[in-house]
Design a protein around this ligand. Structure first.
Ligand code: NDP
Length: 253
């Protein structure tokens, strides 16, 4: 019974940025739970490699999410080839590590475009169909930087905090149609991007390790499992939640 509630059999998921790191971990977990997954990103070679690993229940589409005017066409293509989307994971994101005094308006706007505005555009277009279907799960990927202040990530942290505001408001509009919106706030997760960044900054690495209550960094599988739960029937009454998957970092002193 409990196992059945977590099954994603027969569901179609769209995972943006699903070719690498956390998005790849989420795609693996969704497929293991029975879903079919379409992944997107800008680099075709990376997507091809990911689909080879993910297997027959995966497909890819090259798509830059900042190209928002193309979203309806991309969704129409997915609909036609694979069916209607039940699960949207807005995972694609970019990072900027700079003191705010050195961050230009263009850089700040660029982070907001990818991490917030494009997420809104894609969510709006997917949600329209989901509301017609009277079922859907939408997941945002937040961050510790969207929950508390961290130096040198003002633009990134703002984009992630804003996702919570967007989620809260969408919940008020989507819930009557049984479309749920939740956010996973990953702690520090071993993705290639993260390990590159952290290994070049030993002081920050030590600060982070001291912040996490549990030993070690998280894995992309940890985030994938949270995505399975939030997408499944097991979470049918869960919406508007920010779920930290962080080894206790949010509450640890
Ligand atoms: P990656 O850099 O591996 O993943 C980012 C993915 O997003 C890539 O696959 C990239 O593909 C895709 N992407 C970026 N920009 C675009 C775009 N314009 N259009 C389409 N795809 C795009 O890093 P992570 O796996 O670590 O990050 C994934 C998410 O998790 C991000 O939202 C990040 O903010 C969040 N996160 C990560 C944490 C960590 O510890 N690793 C902690 C907290 C949050 P391509 O470049 O080919 O387009």
């Amino acid at each position: 019974m409990a196992q059945h509630a977590f099954s994603l059999s027969g569901k179609l998921a769209l995972v943006t940025g699903g070719g690498t790191g956390i998005g790849l971990g989420i795609s693996r977990a969704l497929i293991q739970a029975g879903a079919k997954v379409v992944i997107t990103g800008r680099r075709e070679a990376i997507l091809q490699e990911a689909v080879e690993e993910l297997g027959e229940h995966s497909s890819y589409l090259v798509f830059d999410i900042t190209n928002t005017s193309a979203i309806p066409q991309v969704l129409a293509e997915i609909n036609e080839k694979y069916g209607s989307i039940d699960i949207l994971v807005n995972n694609a994101g970019i990072h900027l590590k700079k003191f705010s005094k050195d961050t230009t308006d263009e850089e700040f706007a660029g982070i907001l475009q990818t991490n917030l505005l494009s997420v809104f555009s894609l969510t709006r277009e997917c949600a329209r169909k989901m509301m017609e279907q009277k079922e859907g799960s939408i997941i945002f990927i937040g961050s510790m930087a969207g929950i508390f202040g961290i130096d040198r990530v003002a633009a990134y942290g703002t984009s992630k905090a804003a996702l919570t505001g967007l989620m809260n408001n969408l919940v008020t509009e989507y819930s009557p149609y049984n479309v749920r919106v939740n956010t996973i706030a990953p702690g520090w997760i071993e993705s290639p991007m993260f390990l590159n960044a952290i290994n070049s900054d030993p002081a920050r690495k030590e600060k982070i390790i001291n912040r996490i209550a549990m030993p070690g960094f998280g894995t992309t599988e940890d985030i994938g499992n949270a995505a399975v739960f939030l997408s499944s029937k097991a979470a049918r009454y869960v919406t508007g939640v920010v779920l930290p998957v962080d080894g206790g970092a949010v509450v640890n002193f």
